[in-house]
Design a protein around this ligand. Structure first.
Ligand SMILES: NC(=O)c1ccc[n+]([C@@H]2O[C@H](COP(=O)([O-])OP(=O)(O)OC[C@H]3O[C@@H](n4cnc5c(N)ncnc54)[C@H](OP(=O)(O)O)[C@@H]3O)[C@@H](O)[C@H]2O)c1
Length: 249
């Protein structure tokens, strides 16, 4: 089966391509540096020729509110139109657990627009909602840093390894379309501050981490459970401490 992976050179995309190829599929990475640009439409018709499934794990190069909205609105619109023209039978996209509860954040407003365009497209689809990746902890700390101090809300999250995210995306890609969403998460619910302390300490990063009830997540207010997946989520088994130990070997 030919599967085109939009963003197939990125963190999740390269793992998805590798896993699908190992399963015997013709998985084709598509990104600007392979000649496919969903913002301009360059190379899209050519790469989708003969494709059964498209997996979209691309991300915006800029997280500024206007830029990220422009990215997900334009690239998703172009991609869905090209898939419809090419007769693609299944669109799979990766989004984030809690997107609908984080609409005061520009990034999550853009992810919601991406999801709404997919749902309204008439194409068979599956949306995978994943929790935060273990690899994202430094990025999360950077986004939460004010005057050198990391300020995070007293919220729990249930992060997961990018390998487990890629496995979940691949399961969706080779299954029948859900015409709906599946949630995936890690095995442990932890406070943001707790995990960031472990992550920064392991990286030798001296920043202080403060729990601040006024701090939001990506600019959106959150309570203790906003970032947590629901009771039906598929939970991966890789624990953060074990993943971290493996990285340090
Ligand atoms: N971070 C988290 O914790 C988290 C949690 C849940 C879900 N997600 C979602 O996971 C997805 C993938 O994240 P990631 O960290 O794997 O992303 P990433 O490593 O930043 O990779 C992004 C990919 O998108 C490609 N891309 C950028 N502009 C493009 C364009 N105009 N046309 C086609 N491809 C383009 C990039 O190609 P180039 O390298 O050539 O630019 C790259 O292959 C995102 O949609 C994000 O919302 C993230």
């Amino acid at each position: 089966m030919k599967v085109v992976v939009i963003g197939g050179t990125g963190l999740i995309g390269s793992k998805v391509v590798g896993r699908l190829q190992a399963e015997g599929h013709e998985a084709v990475p598509a990104a600007p540096n392979t000649g496919v640009n969903t913002l301009t439409g360059e190379g899209l018709a050519e790469v989708l020729d003969g494709a059964s499934v498209v997996v979209d794990v691309s991300n915006s190069p800029s997280f500024a509110d206007d830029a990220v909205m422009e990215f997900f609105r334009t690239s998703t619109t172009n991609l869905l139109k090209a898939e419809s023209d090419a007769g693609v039978a299944h669109h799979v996209a990766l989004s984030v657990v809690g997107t609908d509860r984080l609409q005061e954040s520009g990034y999550f407003r853009a992810k919601q627009v991406q999801e709404d365009l997919i749902r309204d497209s008439g194409l068979p689809y599956s949306i995978v909602h994943a929790t935060q990746f273990f690899e994202f902890m430094k990025g999360l700390a950077d986004l939460s840093t004010v005057d050198g101090t990391v300020r995070v809300p007293p919220a729990k999250f249930q992060p997961m390894a990018s390998d487990d995210v890629a496995a979940a995306v691949c399961r969706a890609a080779v299954a029948q379309p859900l015409d709906g969403m599946v949630e995936v998460g890690g095995p442990e619910a932890l406070f943001l501050a707790e995990l960031l302390r472990t992550a920064l300490s392991a990286a030798g990063d001296p920043r202080e981490i403060v729990t601040d009830p006024e701090a939001g997540y990506s600019g959106a207010p959150v309570d203790e459970s906003t970032l947590l997946p629901g009771p039906d989520a598929e939970l991966a088994t890789t624990r953060y401490e074990d993943w971290l130990a493996a990285q340090q070997q």
